[in-house]
Design a protein around this ligand. Structure first.
Ligand code: GDP
Ligand code: IMO
Ligand code: MG
Length: 436
């Protein structure tokens, strides 16, 4: 793949999140000037490893670790100021100064403590089968308040202190009544304390706040190259994902223009990030899930534990049907195939190429999550390889069976594999030139 031909590029996950977007954005960012997060909030967890150091970013774009890159949070993201400022501070302690390289949209919706509690309590009283398995970061309730219009508060409102106090007084009274009535919550929030806390955040955030649409237009005019960093994954998208077992935002390419504030024609290429197998955290259907020793082995070898919650990730074989659907919606130019190293040591590997439901064969990824829960995967089997891949840096360093596996994934989902990742570190990356 050629970076100079990509133009402004969007990186999105094509599975259920945690595909390795953080690593790929960090690895690619030297070819770009600006990185923009356009959706999600502190529910995201993007891991970056370089020089033996590991960083887990939730709110901040993965460009912040590079000195010469501008990092932007667009209005499609929700911002928990406590998490964001905590991240800025913890980076400062590790000698990374975010300084004036961070910009946050004045239109971002803010996450409040009542959102986090609402997230937890709603899960607690969910009826059997009704749990989503959220990250409990308050993102869903915050997005719900945003679209309700009555209860959402945006970053720009922090700079109208009297109005903020008045609005929070009525919103917190509503939230207290709601939490008490629905969840029997007996620990009401104090609107005055929340207002004071958020007014203090306002001062700390002030240097970063701007009109992101205007700034991005300027960057584009001045010829800077922009990398849009997706959060979550296409199968967690509020519209295209396995609803209701999804996140509350447009996680895919469709979310970029609105969530960043750029014309859709700005995005010239998309890189779709996939793992060489599949993982999912939280509830929801997962046809290729392996609840056996193979699944455990993938979890152990791939260190598949949530970056945000530490929960063990559910692991299974690569699902070409689900990923092909994500490809249909996202239209990626290239795939970045992650964690190929994790699959070393298996005698055989399986790829799901169809679904069966009773006597019926499904050719498409069903809209209905409850139908998806009833399907049986149809597999093709490929030979595994034993070699350690973590030192491979060129396609020709990969054993033939690993190359055959990569080729088959590209063929099944109909997209060229442009990047192969063989470890968490920046340099454990193979840029494919001239095919696999
Ligand atoms: P994201 O949310 O898409 O950014 O992904 P996460 O950071 O939540 O999860 C991906 C995990 O896999 C992180 O722990 C990464 O350090 C790790 N990782 C990324 N790429 C590779 C890879 O190619 N091989 C291995 N072994 N680990 C990887
Ligand atoms: P990154 O950006 C994986 C999942 C949760 C849950 C559902 C809803 O690191 O890939 P939410 O807290 O958003 O209301 O949870 O979505 N989920 C993720 N899974 N990676 C993520 O982000 C996720 N963000 C949310 O586990 O199933
Ligand atoms: Mg993650």
């Amino acid at each position: 793949m050629r970076f100079d031909k990509l133009g402004h590029t969007c990186v999105v996950g094509l599975q259920w999140g945690d595909e390795g977007k953080g690593k790929i954005v960090d690895a690619m960012v030297e070819h770009f000037d600006v990185v923009v997060r356009f959706s999600g909030g502190a529910n995201a967890g993007h891991t970056i490893v370089f020089d033996g150091k590991k960083f887990a970013l939730h709110q901040l774009p993965s460009g912040v670790l590079r000195d010469n890159v501008i990092s932007i949070i667009g209005c499609g993201a929700v911002v928990d100021p406590a998490v964001l400022l905590g991240e800025v501070e913890s980076l400062r302690q590790r000698r990374i100064n975010v300084g004036d390289r961070l910009r946050i949209s004045d239109r971002c919706q803010l996450v409040f403590p009542y959102h986090r509690r609402q997230d937890i309590l709603a899960e607690k009283i969910a009826p059997p089968g009704g749990k989503i398995g959220t990250t409990a970061r308050g993102s869903g309730p915050c997005y719900a308040d945003k679209v309700s219009r009555r209860w959402g508060i945006r970053l720009c409102e922090l700079y109208r202190p009297d109005q903020l106090r008045e609005r929070l007084t009525s919103i917190v009274a509503h939230k207290n009544a709601y939490l008490a009535a629905l969840y029997d919550d007996r620990d009401p929030f104090d609107p005055s304390a929340i207002t004071d806390e958020y007014l203090a955040f306002a001062e700390q955030l002030r240097p970063f706040v701007c009109d992101v649409a205007v700034e991005l237009a300027e960057h584009i005019r001045e010829g800077r190259r922009i990398l849009f960093e997706g959060a979550q994954g296409s199968l967690l998208d509020i519209d295209h994902g396995t609803y209701p077992f999804v996140t509350s935002a447009s996680t895919g390419v469709g979310g970029v223009a609105g969530g960043a504030g750029v014309p859709p024609s700005t995005i010239s290429s998309t890189i779709g990030v996939i793992k060489a197998y599949t993982t999912r955290v939280g509830e929801g259907p997962f046809p290729t899930e392996l609840s056996d020793s193979i699944g455990n082995s993938i979890r152990e070898r791939g260190k598949e534990f949530g970056t945000t919650t530490g929960r063990p990730r559910r692991c299974g074989w690569f699902d070409a049907v689900a990923t092909s659907y994500a490809v249909t919606v996202a239209g990626p130019r290239y795939l970045a195939l992650m964690h190929l190293d994790t699959l070393s040591g298996f005698d055989e590997l399986k790829i799901c190429i169809g679904y069966r439901r009773g006597k019926e064969t499904l050719n498409n990824f069903p809209a209905d999550a409850y139908t998806l829960a009833e399907v049986e995967p149809v597999y093709e089997t490929l030979e595994g390889w034993r070699e350690d891949l973590s030192e491979c840096r060129r396609v020709k360093d990969l054993p033939p069976r690993a190359r055959a596996y990569v080729k088959e994934i590209g063929r099944r989902v109909g997209v060229e594999v442009g990047i192969i990742s063989v470890g968490p570190a920046r340099d454990q990356t193979i840029y494919v030139k001239g095919g696999v």
